[in-house]
Design a protein around this ligand. Structure first.
Ligand SMILES: [Zn+2]
Length: 246
């Protein structure tokens, strides 16, 4: 009897914990293991999951074309938006969120944070986050520093990023899609580097990204056949935190 009660209670606790976990994931808030100011490259996980990330948008027509590919495949990704682009293309920014993807902050005007004064770095991060929130209704909790440029003023629990509640998300797979124009070359080079817990850096803005659209379609198909599952960055961080299989 007591045993039954305990079991039911344990089930109740587990259920509320699951609901709480899902709520955190849905809002995109990073988990305790990666609080604001910490820097993430790849996440230790026990299953074949991968996070595709797209920087520098939203930018027509490429962001929309990539969203079409992701929708056709039924998968989710993460878009690190440039604030001024979100302000310029709010409908595209909203579509990203509406279709279940995560949004992160990529600064207001894509400036290298380590080259800015402390007050300008605050402004770049804060204004970027505000523009994304105003366009999408979502407060970004993850920041990808433009050019991957960081210094000790930015990172750390007491750094500038932490002041804005931002976890710093770098990447573990460099696709070089900004330099390589062949979709096949981008895809082959990327597939060679992907491993469970990988964060893949791609671009939907900042220039002509037609080859990225094609490369994404190929890569996603290949990775799915290899048994990979696609998650957003907040979901990936959550998987590392819980260590649970889903
Ligand atoms: Zn960028």
């Amino acid at each position: 009897m007591l045993r039954g009660k305990l079991a039911r209670r344990a089930l109740l606790i587990a259920t509320s914990a699951t609901i709480a976990t899902l709520a955190v994931t849905a809002t995109g808030a990073p988990v305790r293991r990666y609080p604001a100011g910490t820097v993430v490259y790849r996440v230790p996980v026990s299953e074949p999951v991968v996070a595709l990330t797209f920087d520098d948008g939203p930018r027509p027509p490429f962001t929309g074309a990539i969203l079409d590919v992701l929708r056709d495949q039924g998968i989710v990704a993460t878009f690190f938006l440039v604030g001024e682009n979100a302000e310029r293309y709010p409908e595209l920014a909203r579509r990203i969120v509406r279709e279940g993807h995560a949004v992160g902050n990529h600064g207001w005007a894509h400036r290298a944070l380590d080259a800015l004064s402390t007050s300008a770095a605050h402004d770049e991060i804060g204004r970027g986050a505000r523009a994304i929130r105003e366009a999408t209704g979502v407060q970004p909790r993850i920041l990808r520093p433009p050019f991957g440029a960081l210094d000790d003023r930015i990172r750390g629990r007491r750094g500038i990023a932490a002041d804005h509640g931002q976890t710093l998300v770098m990447w573990s797979v460099e696709t070089r899609d900004w330099a390589i124009r062949s979709p096949r070359e981008v895809a082959v080079g990327t597939l060679r580097q992907v491993e469970p817990g990988a964060v893949v850096l791609l671009h939907d803005g900042g220039g002509n990204r037609e080859h990225v659209v094609t490369a994404t379609r190929w890569m996603v198909g290949h990775l799915a056949r290899q048994g990979y599952r696609f998650v957003t960055v907040p979901q990936l961080l959550e998987l590392a935190e819980s260590g649970r299989r889903r």
